[in-house]
Design a protein. Structure first.
Length: 339
């Protein structure tokens, strides 16, 4: 049994990591910005069948130095999952970049200080795919170009935070060094353990409730949250995972393909027509999030998880099943809201 800290315990991915770690018999700590969420999180874990006697919470914010030392001290491993994540456009790009980078600094510095064996950082496909050089097939050797004018604030925040993590780990000089593994998931969907559906599932919710009139020509990889959590846990102890980053992705889909899967499963508000690029660009003149999307039109992003499969023995569940399971849960939430 190991002592493990998972940062951002209230988050969609982090809570699945905690649920799986408790299921394996570990002692798990989580960080939250406010301990007022303790009852909600414990209730969600209990509902998922986990005993919470080995689960405790610490208060810490990615923008402040307080709390990280206490949370990390005594841990064998740290899963650093917390980072600001929004679908839209922040007022200023630093609203995303600064907490993402300072959070990595606080967490990894505390891990090195307290001799944690390994930190697993949740980075993203966003740190890999925006090379803006015409490439369509990506591997762990690729890095998003943070200086390119089309790279969004979120993509910059994830790339700069991951770079900072590697910089801090590689700067260690002592004999016993803290190791780093990085998980780079593509768009994450799947069932949520709380009633907070998570940022990325909101994308599916908007499609099924009819907020997406037609499918823009966008292409992304997708992966189930339970498989993202299991990749973190395997990367935590697998000897060959030290010093490596891993793309985790089940499959890529064009948005029209995702919408069609949902429509054919009975979600009739999901569009079956494509939106022409010129129309997306026109809407983009009036709306900042649509402008951001319009910069991604037609860009193919193939992100095979070959390395995670070979090194971690990782497998992804069927993407169609994940999409439909997600939609069913979101639809149930919508129905409950109206009742
Ligand atoms: P999420 O549900 O929005 O979780 C984000 C977590 O970060 C929340 O626990 C949030 O805490 C915490 N957080 C944000 N700002 C913070 C701050 N200033 N101080 C402390 N905690 C802060 O999103 P998620 O999907 O689980 O994402 C988790 C990680 O996976 C992020 O690093 C994200 O970039 C990465 N990722 C996500 C996807 C995806 O599609 N979901 C794909 C690739 C990578 P509060 O509850 O207090 O807000």
């Amino acid at each position: 049994m190991a002592q493990i800290l998972v940062t951002g315990a209230s988050g969609f991915i982090a809570l699945h990591c905690i649920e799986q770690l408790l299921g394996q018999g570990h002692e798990v700590r989580g960080t939250v910005r406010s301990l007022s969420r303790e009852a909600e999180l414990k209730q969600a874990l209990t509902k998922a069948g986990r005993d919470t006697k080995n689960f405790s919470l610490f208060e810490a914010d990615l923008t402040k130095p307080e709390g990280w030392d206490e949370a990390v001290k005594g841990c064998d491993y740290v899963l650093h999952v917390a980072s600001p994540f929004i679908l839209g456009v922040p007022k200023h790009e630093d609203d995303l970049i600064k907490p993402a980078v300072s959070g990595v600094e606080y967490v990894i510095s505390a891990a090195i200080k307290h001799k944690v064996s390994r930190v697993v950082v949740t980075s993203s496909g966003a740190s890999i795919t925006d090379t803006h050089d015409g490439k369509t097939h990506f591997t762990e050797d690729d890095w998003t170009d943070v200086n390119h004018p089309k790279t969004t604030a979120y993509y910059k925040s994830k790339t700069l935070a991951e770079m900072k993590a590697w910089e801090l780990i590689n700067a260690q000089t002592g004999k016993a060094k803290t190791e780093l593994s990085v998980i780079n998931p593509t768009v994450v969907l799947g069932p949520t353990l709380t009633e907070d559906i998570g940022t990325s599932n909101d994308f599916i919710r908007q499609i099924i409730v009819g907020k997406v009139p037609a499918a823009a020509n966008l292409h992304f990889g997708f992966v189930d949250v339970r498989d993202v959590a299991s990749a973190h846990i395997e990367a935590m102890t697998n000897k060959k995972a030290a010093g490596e980053r891993f793309i985790v992705s089940a499959n890529e889909l064009w948005l029209i393909e995702l919408c069609t899967i949902l429509n054919q499963a009975g979600y009739k508000k999901s569009p079956t027509r494509k939106m022409p690029n010129w129309l997306v660009k026109l809407f983009g003149l009036l709306d900042a999030p649509t402008k951001q999307i319009s910069q991604l039109l037609d860009a193919e992003r193939y992100t095979p998880a070959d390395k995670a499969k070979a090194v971690l023995g990782w497998q992804a569940r069927d993407l169609n099943d994940s999409i439909l399971e997600t939609a069913a849960q979101l639809q149930a939430f919508e129905t409950a809201k109206k009742a």
